[in-house]
Write a protein that binds this ligand. Sequence first.
Ligand code: TYD
Length: 144
Amino acid sequence: MRKLVSDINCCDLYELSKIHNPAGNITVVQPTVHLPFRLRRVYYLYDVPGGSERGGHAHKNLYQLIVAASGSFDVLLDDGRNKKVVYLNRPYYGLMIVPGIWREIVNFSSGAICLVLASDKYNVADYLRDYNEFKQYKNDTSVI
Ligand code: TYD
C-alpha cells in the first residue's frame, strides 16, 4: 500500500505568457498548451470587502490555477504537515493548487480579482470544509 501524497511543494508558481504592448499587455492561458490539467471551469472572486477571508477548505480531486487578475492577496497553503504563504500580485503568475491542500485566501487588496481556472465543474462532494475532517482525510487517503 502506497500513500497518496500531495504536499505544498506540489503547489508551484507558474509564470504565464505575457504579450507586451504599450497599450496594454495580454496573458493567454490555453488549455493543453499552458495548463497541466483539463480546464472545465473558470470563476472569479471580486468585490471582496477588506478583511474578508475566502477558501477555508480543501478539494479531494480538483486542480486549480489561481491568478491575481487584478490587485493582490495571500494564499495560505497547508498540506496537513507543512504550510506556506504565496503572495500573488501579478496577472502573469498562476499558483497551482493540487488536490488535498487546505487553502485560505486573505489580505485582499482593494479591487482585487481572484481568477480561478479549475479542472472540473462545481461539485459539493469534492469539498473538505472541516479542518479536522481534512486532516483525517490526509491520514486515510491511500492507493494500492
Ligand atoms: P466557495 O468555493 O466556498 O468559495 P470560496 O472558496 O471562494 O470562499 O463557494 C462559495 C459559494 O459559491 C458556495 O455556496 C458554492 C458557490 N459556488 C458555486 O455554486 N459554483 C462554483 O463554481 C463555486 C466556486 C462556488
